[in-house]
Design a protein around this ligand. Structure first.
Ligand SMILES: *[C@@H]1O[C@H](CO)[C@@H](O)[C@H](O)[C@H]1NC(C)=O
Ligand SMILES: *[C@@H]1O[C@H](CO)[C@@H](O)[C@H](O)[C@H]1NC(C)=O
Ligand SMILES: *[C@@H]1O[C@H](CO)[C@@H](O)[C@H](O)[C@H]1NC(C)=O
Ligand SMILES: *[C@@H]1O[C@H](CO)[C@@H](O)[C@H](O)[C@H]1NC(C)=O
Ligand SMILES: *[C@@H]1O[C@H](CO)[C@@H](O)[C@H](O)[C@H]1NC(C)=O
Ligand SMILES: *[C@@H]1O[C@H](CO)[C@@H](O)[C@H](O)[C@H]1NC(C)=O
Ligand SMILES: *[C@@H]1O[C@H](CO)[C@@H](O)[C@H](O)[C@H]1NC(C)=O
Ligand SMILES: *[C@@H]1O[C@H](CO)[C@@H](O)[C@H](O)[C@H]1NC(C)=O
Ligand SMILES: *[C@@H]1O[C@H](CO)[C@@H](O)[C@H](O)[C@H]1NC(C)=O
Ligand SMILES: *[C@@H]1O[C@H](CO)[C@@H](O)[C@H](O)[C@H]1NC(C)=O
Length: 454
């Protein structure tokens, strides 16, 4: 057995001395001990034994302390995952940096702190660099990024980085596909405009630059390099104070787009539909901008498979877009804090009613309880909800509704109407003043209630 090459023991409750036994397999190349409740002392022992190891996965254990210097003996290592432990300390300039063959380094969800060591620029084969959810701080050295030309996937989100990162450091990374920087502080900045006219060698699939003060000193413009990108699936530029007309070209250029989050910027302009029907877009969030004009009535035709649409907190006016009735995948719709008026199209509810008849019944008290919490938090009107739930199998139920009126009339109540879409989904419509037909809709929210018994 001493010739054992590959060992996976994920998800077992290993005794700490197991690691010592593993020393009997010095030729091991692949060792995976994820979720084994291992703790710290075990790590150093383990590392010292395996000089041939190529893949070491110790993710989601109970490892504490810092990365032992013994790690430097594992010079064959190509994949190292220590994610999801409680490791801490500053990464040293020696030890880890001797692993020059490293292709994947996953340290996410630990408590590491301090600067990223400059010696990381030796990882010329590194493809995956995942250090999100730690406490790394300081600036990200541009030379560190520019040397890692094999990078495909980089996630530095949820740390404490400061200072400006020039995105052109990634310019020559032809294999780069995923870049994630979700910043939790206001001291980190991403600059994308220098040198002028730089052209990336990458085509990104995922780019998250949320709360990154993008181009703070460059007129808060949308990164110009994005004009060369046409394979984006997920783009998040939320919380950046970007101040431009709405970048319709992003949707026009990226026909595979699935998620576009531009929340909380200063985009102005009207909402324009793309010149094609985007069947991939699932989530569109343009809330908290300065969008004007009406919501195109044919939005449902161009984005038929949206399941999340948030246009809240803009200056949109005009009628409720009729084609929303045709967006059968819609789960969350938030049009609040605009000046949208007119009737909610009856078709919106017809569709829901049909499904309602087909699928809905709430006998699970657990679901009811969760539902009450959700609705209660929206309306502060918890009393209405148990009543609604009590009518299990009936069309309407809250105090504010009149069963004989299809939900279009009833007693004024903050809770005007509740409709089930399917077992897990609730639509709430709140009206401003009196009822009648839906006079002035100020909030339309649909909430998904996750359920396992789907
Ligand atoms: C591992 O960590 C979990 C969660 O922190 C804790 O409940 C458990 O007792 C720890 N196990 C060991 C063996 O230290
Ligand atoms: C990193 O790149 C710089 C120039 O950009 C170069 O001088 C240095 O040798 C590189 N470091 C490594 C370890 O390849
Ligand atoms: C990219 O490569 C070009 C040509 O080799 C070089 O001039 C430029 O400095 C490189 N950019 C970065 C950020 O390394
Ligand atoms: C993307 O849009 C910009 C602005 O309209 C345009 O200049 C560029 O050529 C487009 N790129 C692609 C790949 O379509
Ligand atoms: C908008 O983004 C700024 C910058 O990150 C942040 O300070 C502010 O709280 C955000 N506002 C909202 C409503 O999310
Ligand atoms: C929609 O966006 C607004 C403003 O950004 C936010 O406050 C609200 O929670 C969002 N609604 C949903 C349902 O996510
Ligand atoms: C919904 O889709 C159907 C079929 O494509 C179409 O005939 C109808 O006009 C659409 N309704 C709205 C309100 O856009
Ligand atoms: C309620 O549902 C949650 C999530 O499915 C589950 O974890 C919990 O055990 C359930 N509670 C009861 C009392 O059934
Ligand atoms: C519902 O409407 C019927 C007929 O208009 C009326 O008799 C009844 O009192 C109404 N119920 C409520 C709860 O408003
Ligand atoms: C309620 O809707 C159904 C089907 O849409 C319709 O047949 C019925 O007349 C409506 N009832 C009222 C009171 O509007």
């Amino acid at each position: 057995m001493s010739g054992l090459l590959h060992l996976t023991l994920n998800g077992n409750f290993l005794r700490s001395d197991t690691m010592r036994f593993l020393g009997a397999f010095p030729s091991l190349k692949f060792l995976s001990l994820s979720s084994c409740m291992l703790y710290a002392a075990a790590l150093a022992e383990a590392l010292a034994s395996f000089t041939n190891l190529k893949i070491l996965d110790l993710s989601f254990n109970n490892l504490t302390g810092s990365i032992p210097t013994e790690i430097q003996t594992m010079s064959s290592l190509q994949v190292l995952s220590l994610a999801g432990n409680s490791l801490d300390g500053v990464l040293p300039e020696y030890g880890l940096c001797e692993l020059k063959k490293l292709q994947e380094l996953d340290l996410h969800a630990n408590n590491f702190e301090g600067n990223l060591p400059q010696c990381f620029d030796k990882f010329s084969s590194l493809k995956l660099f995942e250090i999100s959810s730690n406490k790394f701080s300081g600036i990200i050295p541009p030379s560190l990024i520019s040397n890692l030309t094999s990078l495909e996937y980089l996630d530095f989100s949820h740390n404490k980085f400061e200072g400006a990162l020039s995105f052109s450091s990634f310019a020559n990374h032809s294999k780069l596909e995923v870049v994630e920087f979700i910043s939790d502080n206001d001291k980190f900045e991403v600059e994308t405009q220098e040198p002028i006219g730089w052209v990336p060698m990458f085509q990104l699939k995922v780019l998250l630059l949320s709360n990154c003060n993008v181009n703070r000193a460059k007129g808060r413009v949308v990164p110009s390099f994005l004009r060369s990108q046409h394979k984006l699936r997920v783009l998040d530029l939320s919380h950046n104070f970007l101040d431009e007309p709405f970048p319709t070209w992003l949707i026009n250029n990226n026909t595979m787009l699935e998620v576009l989050n531009l929340r909380n910027n200063s985009f102005g302009d009207r909402i324009h539909m793309p010149p094609y029907r985007n069947v991939h877009l699932r989530k569109l969030d343009i809330s908290g901008n300065h969008m004007i004009g009406t919501i195109p009535s044919d939005i449902g035709k161009f984005f038929p498979d949206l399941n999340f649409l948030n246009l809240s907190r803009n200056a949109l006016s005009g009628d409720f877009p009729s084609s929303i009735a045709n967006m059968s995948a819609l789960i969350i719709l938030d049009l609040s804090d605009n000046e949208i008026s007119g009737e909610v199209p009856q078709e919106l509810f017809t569709g829901f009613f049909q499904e309602w008849y087909a699928k809905v019944y709430v006998k699970d008290k657990n679901v009811s309880d969760r539902l009450r919490d959700v609705v209660g938090s929206w309306f502060g009107d918890i009393e209405a909800v148990p009543h609604f739930l009590a009518t299990n199998g009936e069309k309407y139920g809250s105090e504010g509704l009149n069963k004989s009126s299809n939900g279009t009339q009833g007693k004024p109540n903050s809770l005007c109407a509740l409709f089930w879409k399917n077992t897990y989904t609730l639509i709430a419509i709140r009206e401003e003043t009196t009822l009648g037909m839906f006079g002035k809709v100020i909030v339309i929210i649909v909430a998904a209630l996750a359920s396992e018994n789907r």
